[in-house]
Design a protein around this ligand. Structure first.
Ligand code: PMP
Length: 432
């Protein structure tokens, strides 16, 4: 009998967090690391929301509350979802979770039996693939192509739907690509789903970046397409929109109150409830007339940084960066850089067991961190299945302008440092 249960081997992770100790190691060596790894706004929680949280603490909201989420927050979420998606959402279909993340794993646990198939975007947020393994589902990556701005249409989705499909995950705007979908694309995707998938197949629509859109775009949700609200779990939360990653509040709207009840019970089992003072803050965030201006200021900063960083990355020989249209990441293709630095050749020469645990973009990511002191995240961290020939890097642009400018300078220097890569590779210390 082994100490750790076998199922633990089936769960993945989120490397943006896992590289924290590696950054600390570089910093202990006396270097300042430019951190472009974590997906977290470099803004503070807006003052009016902070005040609401403090007031809630003073009001004694530090006890157990409804495991489904406090009613005032569920009402605010229902109103927001109804107004912005053009659908009719009632608070009994809303469940509050400790962050945007738990809804992903809990939906896989609640909807997916062993052997059921989960279609999810790749590159995509790693937790979709991670939890598919955990529940013993079959992972079916929907590979997004750079040529299409990392969006997809009916022709990519339709061949993946089978009689075992149970969950179809969408993420708009996307982490890590910044891709968004137009209403027409969503209608096309919905048409395929309505035609090919039975009514109990659920769409998990991860809309946590719903407010972070550039170029004057408006958020579009697949739940707004007629016939889709009945099949879609709409997930969002406070982490990105209100710069409240540490407040741990997310929410999801379920197709029926009965399904919401399943998640209420899962919350009871896992969390009991979510801190009430932060829920009060989120209610205020959703309803206050002061919120839109605060969100606009943050989004304008991300858009300005995108406009600064993308041309600079594209000026690096061997790098090609699509212009993201939402979220706060850039996702350059680094195949040319890998070629330039001899990374492909080095990778091919690795012993099998090391090669399995790394990739060309991982080698570049590690070289960047340990030799040029910039923390980024490799392609492999956003879905591994079938991604062997895909060579990208994710940089978060939720960092100060000066840090970003310095980070890009260091990346440009690394992309020209063939000898440095050779030395790093020969040392063989941080290859995966
Ligand atoms: N979904 C996506 C697409 C994300 O990028 C993130 C955060 N990186 C989450 C969900 C989870 O957010 P939270 O921190 O609120 O759990």
């Amino acid at each position: 009998m082994s100490l750790i249960a076998r199922r633990i081997a089936r769960i993945g992770s989120e490397n943006a967090f896992k590289i924290g100790p590696l950054i600390a190691e570089v910093e202990r060596g006396g270097h300042r690391v430019i951190r472009c790894n974590l997906g977290e706004p470099d803004f503070d929680l807006p003052a009016h929301i902070r005040e609401a949280v403090k007031q809630a603490l003073d009001d004694g909201m530090t006890h157990y509350v409804d495991p489904q989420g406090i009613l005032p927050l569920r009402e605010a979420v229902a109103r927001h979802m109804s107004e912005t998606r053009g659908i009719d959402v009632t608070p009994d279909r809303v469940v509050v979770f400790p962050g945007g993340k738990p809804a992903i794993g809990l939906c896989e646990e609640a909807y997916v039996d062993p052997g059921d198939e989960v279609i999810y975007p790749s590159p995509g947020y790693p937790i979709y693939e991670s939890f598919t393994g955990w529940v013993d589902g079959r992972a079916v990556p929907l590979h997004l192509s750079e040529d299409k701005g990392f969006s997809f249409g009916a022709e990519e989705l339709e061949p993946l739907i089978t009689e075992r499909t149970k969950l179809i995950v969408l993420c708009v705007p996307s982490n890590p690509t910044g891709g968004v979908a137009t209403r027409e694309q969503l209608e096309e995707i919905a048409e395929v789903i309505l035609r090919r998938a039975p009514a109990d197949v659920r769409i998990y629509s991860d809309e946590i970046y719903e407010h972070i859109l550039f170029d004057g775009a408006r958020h579009e949700s697949i739940a707004s397409v007629p016939g889709m609200a009945e099949r879609t779990v709409i997930a969002s939360g406070a982490s990105k929109s209100y710069a409240c990653t540490g407040g741990r509040i997310g929410w999801a709207v379920f197709p029926t109150a009965e399904e919401a009840g399943v998640f209420r019970n899962l919350n009871i089992n896992y969390f009991s409830c979510v801190p009430a003072y932060n829920q009060v803050g989120c209610k205020v965030a959703l309803e206050s007339p002061e919120t839109p201006a605060a969100v606009r200021e943050m989004v304008a900063a991300f858009e300005r940084r995108r406009d600064m960083v993308v041309p600079q990355l594209n000026a690096i020989e061997g790098m090609n960066c699509v212009n993201p249209r939402g979220a706060f990441y850039v996702f350059p293709n680094i195949a040319g850089v890998c070629e330039r630095l001899g990374i492909f050749e080095a990778y091919r020469g690795l012993p099998d067991d090391v090669r399995r645990r790394t990739s060309p973009s991982t080698l570049f990511q590690m070289f960047l961190l340990f030799e040029h002191h910039v923390a980024t995240v490799d392609r492999r961290s956003f879905g591994q299945i079938g991604a062997e020939d895909s060579h990208f890097l994710r940089l978060s642009i939720a960092a100060a302008d000066d840090d970003l400018a310095e980070g890009v300078r260091r990346i440009a220097a690394a992309a020209a440092d063939r000898e440095g890569f050779e030395r790093f590779f020969q040392r063989g210390e941080h290859l995966c």
